[in-house]
Design a protein around this ligand. Structure first.
Ligand code: ADP
Ligand code: MG
Length: 286
């Protein structure tokens, strides 16, 4: 073997940002020499290790930035508890593809404890595992961050920064407070992502109750309009899962879950002589 300067090679691999090859070349070149590998095989092996390790690090980064609540997966989500929620449809959404590419939205409605946050996090996790970038946040926390950005005249930059996420999960939209609503940063976020980047929204109040989230009714309508234009809505209208499992443990028969429905809405304009509340009721009755 031609003598090479290990220090120089290390420096070059650093410069090329090939940390795995840098780590592995001494061992693998030695193995190749003893076992008489063709040089192309050595090169291919080194490249493969670098790619595998790079993918692993990327996934690790994407998981960290996603800020998903721990332990909420599709595997431990009990679909039987939400009988009319289609597992197949949820699985299809987890593949990402078309809906994320067109910046379509997903909305989960239902009373507290019905599994909205769990399902949102589980979908987020599945998407990260499928190579998408996701960020999960309580809506009020994000609104607070954007309000700070607005005060610093950097709202647009802050919103653009969120574009790197294929899916932004806004948990508990209805908890936005009145003073937060007044700055309308949430509206600007929704407008900026419209048909570009997807949102997953959870809320225990359907559209009819959203007036306090935005500064005025016209803005509420405009926001709802953009959100539902390309969207899938799941209604998890079931009793609190915790309360039900506690009741089941006591061997008391729980109240049977009421209906949850899902419906893909291509065009649903909330101002077609229809109150937003009715919009929701209509999709429930499907
Ligand atoms: P929500 O966000 O609708 O208020 P959560 O998702 O926080 O409800 O659910 C409350 C608790 O019950 C969480 O610990 C969650 O993991 C659990 N839970 C709710 N629904 C289910 C379900 N269908 N299968 C498994 N766990 C569930
Ligand atoms: Mg929740």
């Amino acid at each position: 073997m031609t003598q090479i300067d290990a220090a120089v090679l290390t420096a070059r691999l650093n410069e090329l940002r090939l940390p795995t090859i840098k780590l592995l070349w001494p061992r693998l070149t030695e193995q190749a020499d003893t076992e008489g590998w063709p040089s192309a095989q050595l090169l291919a092996t080194l490249a493969e290790h670098e790619i595998t390790e790079r993918a692993r690090r990327r996934m690790e980064r994407h998981l960290a930035e996603a800020r998903l609540p721990a332990g909420k997966t599709l595997e431990n989500f009990d679909f039987h508890a939400v009988p009319t929620l289609s597992k197949a449809q949820v699985k299809a959404l987890c593949a990402g593809d078309a809906w994320l590419e067109q910046g379509a939205n997903l909305m989960l409605f239902g009373p507290p404890g019905g599994g909205k946050s769990h399902l949102a996090a589980a979908i987020g996790l599945a998407l990260v595992e499928n190579g998408y970038r996701v960020h999960f946040t309580r809506t009020t926390d994000l609104v607070q961050r954007l309000q700070v950005a607005r005060r610093e005249l950097a709202l647009e930059a802050a919103i653009n920064k969120l574009n790197k996420y294929h899916l932004l999960i806004l948990d508990d939209l209805a908890y936005v407070t009145k003073d937060q609503a007044e700055t309308s940063v949430l509206f600007e976020l929704i407008s900026a992502r419209y048909e570009l980047r997807s949102l997953l929204i959870t809320a225990n109040q359907p559209f009819g109750e959203w007036n306090k989230i935005f500064p005025d009714p016209a803005m509420t309508l405009a926001a709802v309009d953009r959100l539902v234009h390309h969207s899938t809505i799941f209604e998890l209208n079931v009793d609190s899962y915790r309360r039900r499992s506690a009741a089941a443990k006591k061997r008391r028969p729980g109240r049977p879950p009421t209906h949850a429905t899902s419906k893909t809405l291509e065009t649903l304009s909330p101002n077609d002589n229809q109150t937003e509340q009715e919009t929701c009721i209509e999709s429930q009755s499907q």
